[in-house]
Design a protein around this ligand. Structure first.
Ligand code: ACO
Length: 360
């Protein structure tokens, strides 16, 4: 038997949550093409679609929105855990630790949509609480009259964000909610497949999300853009990096061998944002130069920008601190992870692949 390193090309399960069509650059959430739902819908509507399998009717939506919002407050345990975490701890590790502390005897096999809603609703509050307490600012409690995304920006900044900032972040969060059997979703499903609880499954996923080859890439994209903003001859600079064996952050994808549809949608969103100018021009220049260089040095590999590239520029344009990029990605992907855990529980088979022994 061949060893499929990194499980490349292996189909590990069936899913009806999303389809990542890598050859045609399409992403489908439960039958809906992402480009048709990313801008005209709310975070709550698409979360409903992924968890329940359909977009909500008017009445369902009102009920769903208010129940989801009611789970935004931190529990006393979460507040206690947050208060003892060292200041040096990075934000994504904080989110992982606090979410992990939500596990109690009430959460067990099988997972429920209500548990998914509770865990997803509280992530922005964890992030905002931590950020403001590190900065010595006043902690801002969640406001239940605001939408999920409006409230996230309000808790971070202490003022209501502009409609344009909200729309940009909401588009990003919808585009990153779900993405098939990526590394973090796979790890959530592996944990769930042992009949462990939802908290443990998403805690595994957050740990997997942290790595720079997955959700940790956007801060590194900003580092790359900043570095390149000082360089005159970008083509040669990028060439040297690739020849030295470096990977360009924000480029390449395991499944997409053409344009990532999320990157195209985000590029469009960025083009319409006030405050974008520096980042849009720089990002466009780096994208086209890098694609040329990658095609020259890595011909036929199909390397284009992935979702992280324009996400980083958007976050900068809406004044989101780079330390919040991966945590914000986590806040949206909570929906996809939990939808997969619920699906895994419907017809569970424990994941247990083999390894080939090559030792003494
Ligand atoms: N820069 C330069 N070369 C690259 C890049 C890149 N960003 N990505 C892939 N390549 C090259 C590889 O060196 C390899 O070349 P080779 O055939 O000469 O060995 C070839 O393209 C295939 O790449 P693999 O690493 O085998 O592709 P894989 O599917 O394993 O990796 C991954 C995909 C991890 C995303 C990779 O493209 C990468 O590291 N990109 C940079 C990090 C990044 O942006 N991650 C975010 C991904 S999106 C997400 O997770 C939400």
């Amino acid at each position: 038997m061949n060893v499929q390193r990194g499980l490349k090309g292996v189909i590990a399960t069936e899913t009806s949550i999303s389809e990542v069509d890598g050859s045609n650059g399409r992403l489908i959430y439960r039958g809906y093409e992402i480009r048709n739902i990313a801008t005209g819908n709310s975070f709550e509507e698409i979360a409903h679609l992924l968890w329940f399998g359909e977009l909500p009717s008017g009445e369902q939506f009102e009920k769903f929105k208010s129940t989801f919002a009611s789970y935004r407050n931190l529990s006393p345990t979460m507040q206690k855990v947050l208060s003892v975490l060292p200041v040096e701890m990075d934000m994504i590790s904080v989110v992982r630790t606090v979410i992990s502390s939500a596990g109690d005897r009430s959460m067990s096999w099988k997972p429920t949509i209500e548990e998914a809603m509770k865990l997803t609703a509280v992530v922005p509050t964890i992030i905002a609480y931590r950020k403001r307490s590190l900065e010595g600012g006043k902690i801002i409690s969640p406001r239940l009259d605001l939408t999920h995304v409006e409230n996230y920006l309000y808790m971070l900044n202490g003022i209501e964000a502009s409609a344009e900032q909200i729309r940009a972040l909401e588009t990003y969060m919808i585009l990153t909610m779900e993405h098939g059997m990526n590394a973090s979703t796979f790890s959530a499903r592996v944990t769930a497949s042992t009949e462990s609880d939802l908290v443990s499954a998403v805690t595994s996923a957050i740990g997997t999300m942290k790595g720079p080859l997955h959700g940790g890439a956007p801060s590194e994209v900003i580092a790359l853009l900043n570095e390149l903003s000082e360089v005159e001859d970008k083509k040669n600079y990028l060439r040297d990096k690739i020849v030295a064996g470096e990977k360009l952050m924000g480029f390449g994808h395991r499944v997409y061998k053409t344009h990532d549809p999320r990157s195209l949608a985000l590029k469009e969103t960025l083009s319409g944002l006030v405050g974008k100018d520096r980042w849009l021009d720089l990002a466009l220049e780096v994208e086209s130069t890098a694609i040329d260089v990658l095609e020259e040095l890595k011909p036929g590999r199909g390397l284009y920008t992935n979702v992280e590239f324009y996400a980083a520029a958007i976050m900068k344009a809406i004044n989101m601190d780079s330390s919040l990029f991966t945590p914000t990605f986590t806040a949206s992907r909570m929906v996809g992870w939990s939808a997969h855990v619920l699906e895994q529980a419907e017809d569970n088979v424990i994941f247990r692949p083999l390894s080939r022994y090559v030792g003494k």
